[in-house]
Design a protein around this ligand. Structure first.
Ligand SMILES: *Cc1c(COP(=O)(O)O)cnc(C)c1O
Length: 965
């Protein structure tokens, strides 16, 4: 008999997810440890992480599950959700995600693993899709410009309110909200208004608008109960009082209705969810935001704009970036950073695929079915609204409870809006048979009506709920892009054409410091599109979402254990939104103990721009504290400022490990110092990848943190969103977490204002983090952190042979990222950090984070998922680029004609007949063997930002612009 050497557990190794998640294998790990001169990973961690914050105990979590077992487990929870037919409405509709988009965009890592398009030369694909999105929004809303998505409709409305205040000189603090705005939107508006000191007046615009004296007005079109009010006269009334008007609108209704722009609105916003994005129990979906030309410098969020590259060829990039928090900080128009790019892309592809005719047919069909239902009900004496697009509010002779229950028994969710009123909202998925079923449910079975007869009456001229003067007359989506790709073959190729222009994790490392671009494992992504998670309305009855609640509470438990906090809120749907929610909890808590006057927020100068932007939204007084020359918070300065403001100190916002990528030794003392001066500690948890399993913010001494699940916890970046930014808090802050008026969060006062449109934010991407935590388990989570630190330190040592490393912590170690300083090189050679970033594209890499948190530097984060081989490939590219800089410095290449300042290079460059450069074509595009074997081609030359801002265009350019080139 043959000798057996391996045990069963050895043989089971292949099922272990941790070794798939982590890039380096045992051999590579050993090689890196030896290089660093340490014997074990534990030794490296002891050298790197301060004793005062290092955990002794393992996480109290289960061991890892295999991919297969974790999926079976999650399946068992998904099966406890019930997918009913949804007629609830309120801004969420069922939709048919075109399968070609589902598989090739939503489920495609080339789309979902890309980063925000800060490097536009390798992002022209998603920039085009986002520009299409803006065009759709501009056409439907009738406005001059649109941004490329907001987090959700409710927060978009809150942003519209602050935009109105900023842009309106009128002396008023009143914001008027129509009482037929969706209730969750009113909830979020009220939360946001409180600290700006605005008074929110909710009323009937027909009667209460007259002398409301508001600076701004929010309307809904059609209203939450279905009516299409005459917003033209309402807008005129508001304008007579010098109030600005924001209109929340339904994009499918806008296909048939006159645009709010034509009717005089200043801002139009809404959700593009029903354009082919699943409801997902609340998200993620893209909200839209459109405004008139005069407001262009004040619009929140990111706008994609048209510019040109160095060859004069049209090229896209994010416009007017100086408005962003990174630069404007507390003066930024909003704190929104991560938004909903992937979902905006899906919605825009939905419009490209259907085209204007297709959209019109969908809208007409939904409306026809609504009219059939309305006329049938009216014929039987049930009152419904006179005007409608897709939503009816039924007034029943007696209680609505029976009908509501009959509907449930038939597998249908209706909306009960009053004791005798029911709402029914139809959508793209509604079939004629569903109308027959609804008539049965409401009228009982022998009503004698037929859908065909009712339809015939409409064709013969019966009433249909949209007044002739409210019908749209202008054309939409006339651009060629929306009239070219209506077969699946054409659509598939169009999307592939765009995909091919974009660099994502499927191509190579995206070493963006502070952004943690790690593996987004397929097993983590699979559950997102299970119908039991994706086809659920956010306000579905509780007994239909038991599986969701079990998944969410297990996730909360995991995050409580990982962070060392007492309670977690899953509502905020971005990191910045988490910051806002955390500061809100702090201020509410301070009010509850009679210290509501505390409004000073200390923020170290190294902080991410969202920190001051969020504090500004809470009307806090921001005091910036200094950093020392090692990149640490200057404790003496912090102490002085904390003491100086001790009577008004609300909190400190501090990132840990610091945005400089080091573990500050003094963090425990810093937390103490703030508490002693009456303040709370907000720890920005975006860098949790350097803490999970080896330290905990709650144990270090902070009171609240947000976690960027789209960084540390494996939710993909989506090319600029979605994300999730849940917050963890200590018990004293727990009673002040965000709840929700429509669907209160268990254990919280429903009057705690909401910070997002739905109670669990973008709930349908939470299974990603759930899977991540379960498949890694306590040891895999810890090992991931250890390996992130090992990779970063190995990379730092290798890079240090070629570039100065700006900051290091104890024992010369860094945390999970490092900053290389390009300033000395720039001084000596004229080569800039941007030249290096663009040259990296020629080498097949996405650039690191540029000039944050220190101008003139590159911040590089490899994460645990990159192998030693990939890190080596990156280091070699950086080393070779250093050699190229040398040639510029020595004068071998002129300062204005070298592969660095002319990077990136395109195929057109090297095919051009006149090659006027002192370096070869080969040096330009195949600088090393790796690129010869596997080349990623940038599709644009360097893009001119200034030109684009001076000639601001955010709509699809006319087709001739492309033909000229
Ligand atoms: C990414 C990041 C944020 C903001 O997160 P978003 O999800 O983009 O809003 C805040 N702070 C730090 C340090 C970050 O890296």
């Amino acid at each position: 008999m043959a000798t057996v050497t391996r045990t069963l557990s050895d043989l089971e190794q292949t099922t272990d997810f941790t070794r798939r998640h982590i890039g380096p294998d045992a051999e590579q790990t050993q090689a890196m440890l030896s290089d660093l001169g340490v014997n074990s990973i534990e030794e490296l961690i002891t050298q790197t992480v301060p004793d005062s914050i290092r955990l002794d105990d393992a996480l109290a979590m289960d061991d890892s599950l295999t991919e297969a077992d974790a999926l079976v487990y999650l399946r068992s929870l998904a099966d406890q959700n019930k997918v009913n037919k949804t007629y609830i409405g309120m801004g969420y509709s069922n939709t048919l995600v075109p399968n070609v988009i589902l598989r090739n965009v939503m489920e495609n890592p080339a789309w979902y693993t890309a980063y925000t398009p800060y490097q536009p030369e390798i992002a022209q694909g998603r920039l085009e899709a986002l520009l299409n999105y803006q065009q759709v929004v501009m056409d439907l809303t009738g406005m001059d410009l649109a941004n490329a998505s907001m987090l959700d409709e409710a927060t978009a409305a809150a942003e519209a309110m602050t935009l109105c205040k900023r842009s309106n000189r009128k002396k008023s603090d009143i914001f008027f909200v129509a009482d037929d705005v969706h209730p969750q939107t009113i909830d979020v508006i009220k939360t946001r208004a409180e600290y700006f000191g605005f008074e929110v007046v909710v009323g009937n615009p027909l009667t209460d608008l007259d002398n409301c004296d508001a600076f701004g007005v929010q309307l809904q079109y059609p209203g939450t109960y279905g009516d299409i009010s005459d917003i033209k006269s309402l807008i005129e009334k508001a304008k007579d009082q010098k109030a600005m008007v924001a209109v929340a609108a339904d994009p499918l209704a806008l296909v048939l209705l006159k645009s709010p722009g034509e009717l005089g609105a200043d801002v139009v916003l809404g959700s593009s969810q029903r354009f082919g994005v699943p409801m997902g129990f609340g998200g993620p979906h893209a909200a839209f935001f459109a405004a008139s030309e005069k407001l262009k410098r004040s619009v929140p969020g990111r706008i994609i704009g048209v510019s040109i590259d160095t060859n004069g060829k049209p090229a896209l990039r994010m416009a007017m970036q100086t408005r962003e928090q990174h630069i404007r900080r507390e003066k930024a128009t909003s704190n929104i950073c991560t938004s909903q790019a992937l979902l905006a892309n899906m919605a825009s592809f939905y419009c490209v695929y259907h085209g204007p005719q297709g959209l019109k047919t969908i809208a007409e069909r939904v409306h026809r079915l609504t009219a059939i239902l309305a006329n049938g009900l009216k014929a039987k004496g049930i009152a419904v609204n006179d005007t409608y697009f897709d939503t009816l509010t039924l007034t029943l002779p007696e209680t609505a409870a029976d009908v509501y229950q009959r509907a449930l028994d038939a597998g249908c969710n209706l909306r009960q809006t009053a004791a005798n009123k029911l709402g029914i909202t139809l959508d793209e998925t509604t079939r004629p048979a569903d109308i027959a079923q609804l008539l049965d449910v409401v009228l009982g079975e022998d009503h004698g009506l037929s859908v065909a007869d009712l339809d015939a009456e409409i064709v013969a001229g019966a009433d249909t709920g949209i007044a002739a003067e409210m019908r749209r007359e202008d054309a939409i989506l006339t651009h060629a892009t929306f009239n070219s790709y209506h077969s699946e073959t054409d659509m598939l190729r169009y999307m592939k054409k765009l995909e091919n222009k974009d660099y994502s994790l499927v191509h190579g490392m995206i070493p963006l410091g502070s952004c943690t671009m790690k593996l987004n494992a397929t097993a983590e992504m699979i559950p997102v599109t299970w119908p039991e998670f994706s086809s659920i309305h956010p306000f579905a009855p509780a007994d239909q979402v038991q599986g969701y609640h079990k998944m969410l509470s297990l996730l909360e438990e995991q995050l409580v254990e990982i962070t060392g906090y007492d309670k977690v809120s899953l509502q905020p749907n971005s990191g910045a939104s988490g910051e806002y929610a955390g500061l809100l909890a702090i201020r509410k808590y301070q009010e509850s103990i009679g210290e509501g006057h505390r409004n000073v927020c200390l923020i170290p100068s190294s902080a991410h721009g969202t920190n001051p932007a969020s504090a500004a939204m809470m009307d806090m007084k921001i005091i910036v504290t200094a950093c020392d020359d090692k990149g640490n918070v200057d404790v003496a300065d912090l102490r002085a400022k904390a003491e100086q403001h001790k009577d008004d100190l609300s909190c400190l916002m501090i990132t840990y490990p610091s945005t400089h990528g080091v573990y500050e030794e003094d963090i425990v003392e810093i937390c103490d110092l703030i508490h002693k001066n009456g303040g709370q500690v907000y720890m920005d948890g975006a860098n949790m990848n350097a803490q999970v399993g080896i330290s905990k913010p709650g144990v270090i001494g902070s009171d609240v943190s947000h976690l960027n699940l789209h960084k540390t916890f494996a939710i993909p970046h989506g090319g600029g969103g979605p994300g999730m930014g849940p917050i963890g808090v200590k018990s004293h802050l727990a009673p002040f977490l965000a709840s929700h008026k429509v669907s209160p969060v268990e254990g919280l006062n429903p009057d705690n204002g909401a910070v997002a449109a739905t109670p669990y934010g973008s709930a349908s991407i939470l299974p990603i983090t759930w899977m991540y935590n379960l498949m890694l388990g306590k040891s895999g989570l810890k090992k991931s952190t250890q390996m992130a630190i090992l990779n970063a330190n190995y990379m730092t040592e290798k890079l240090a042979e070629h570039y100065p490393v700006l900051y290091r912590g104890r024992n010369n170690k860094v945390a999970h990222e490092c900053i290389v300083d390009i300033r000395p090189l720039k001084e000596a050679s004229g080569v800039t950090e941007e030249d290096i970033a663009k040259r990296l594209m020629d080498y097949g890499f996405h650039a690191p984070t540029m000039s944050f948190p220190v101008a003139g530097t590159l911040m590089i984060e490899p994460t645990e998922s990159e192998s030693k081989a990939e890190i080596d490939r990156f280091v070699e590219a950086m080393a070779q680029i250093r050699q190229e800089v040398e040639k510029v410095q020595s004068g071998q290449w002129p300062a204005d004609n070298n592969p660095l300042c002319r990077a990136p290079h395109t195929q057109a460059d090297i095919m051009s007949a006149n090659w006027d450069r002192p370096y070869s074509r080969e040096e330009a595009v195949f600088p090393n063997t790796a690129t010869r074997e596997n080349k990623f081609w940038p599709t644009s030359n360097r893009i001119d930002n200034v030109y684009g801002d001076r000639n601001f265009i955010c709509s699809c350019p006319a087709i001739e612009t492309y033909m000229d080139n």
